[in-house]
Write a protein that binds this ligand. Structure first.
Ligand SMILES: N[C@@H](CCC(=O)N[C@@H](CS)C(=O)NCC(=O)O)C(=O)O
Length: 208
């Protein structure tokens, strides 16, 4: 059984969708952000960064858990662990695996930092720097254009097979300003295809 410590939001959705798509047994341990659950000593033992998500796999070897529970943090690492454990969502040969990794990296090192910094500069910095928004938005839109082109010639991000790359991208695409996606027809088609998957629907609900 995997305990998934989450408090809602896109990273939580990524984890619960990955868990639903892999079919691994899991339960949600809901953290209350406002109540400071992520800074409480018992949670900090699991995740010293005081952030979420975190998973605890009480059955790490698929057997009798002789090695004790396995604690893991970092959204992408958790997704990779679940996919690896279930033998799903990662591609079937060296090349398809590399494609999945390529699109995971695109998001983890290009898209997410761009969107994260835009939010920090424009909303959280003191003083706020709203003039940073258009600059970063332009960069993010450039990256989404690249993603749109890819989805113009393949059903899923990394090719013919639905993969972790789609799961990583979907929650962020759902929060982006959708009027900006009007020119990105393929992303719009892909968002519908991803949302229609029963496991995705269950994962989104589980993280709500
Ligand atoms: N790189 C980490 C980021 C974790 C992270 O920043 N989580 C946010 C929510 S998405 C959080 O817990 N923030 C609470 C805080 O910073 O106090 C991951 O992917 O898991």
């Amino acid at each position: 059984m995997i305990d998934a410590y989450i408090a809602g939001g896109t990273n939580a959705q990524r984890v619960t969708i990955a868990l639903e798509e892999t079919g691994l047994a899991y339960q949600v341990k809901k953290l209350n952000f406002q109540a400071g659950d992520m800074k409480k000593p018992e949670y900090l033992k699991l995740n010293p960064t005081g952030r979420m998500p975190t998973i605890v796999d009480s059955d790490p070897k698929g057997g009798d858990a002789k090695g004790g529970p396995f604690v893991l943090t970092q959204t992408v690492a958790i997704m990779l662990y679940c996919a690896d454990k279930a033998g799903k969502l990662l591609g079937s040969d060296a090349q398809s695996k590399a494609r999945v990794h390529e699109w995971l990296m695109f998001q983890a090192t290009d898209l997410s930092p761009g969107m994260g910094f835009a939010f920090m500069l424009a909303e959280r910095a003191e003083p706020k720097i709203p003039q940073a928004r258009p600059l970063i938005k332009e960069r993010v839109l450039g990256l989404y254009k690249f993603m749109d082109d890819q989805l113009g010639h393949s059903k899923w991000l990394a090719g013919d097979q639905f993969s972790l790359a789609d799961i990583l991208a979907f929650p962020m695409a759902e929060t982006f300003e959708h009027d900006k996606f009007a020119e990105f027809k393929h992303i719009t088609r892909w968002r519908k295809d991803v949302a229609a998957r029963p496991a995705v629907e269950r994962g989104m609900k589980a993280a709500a």
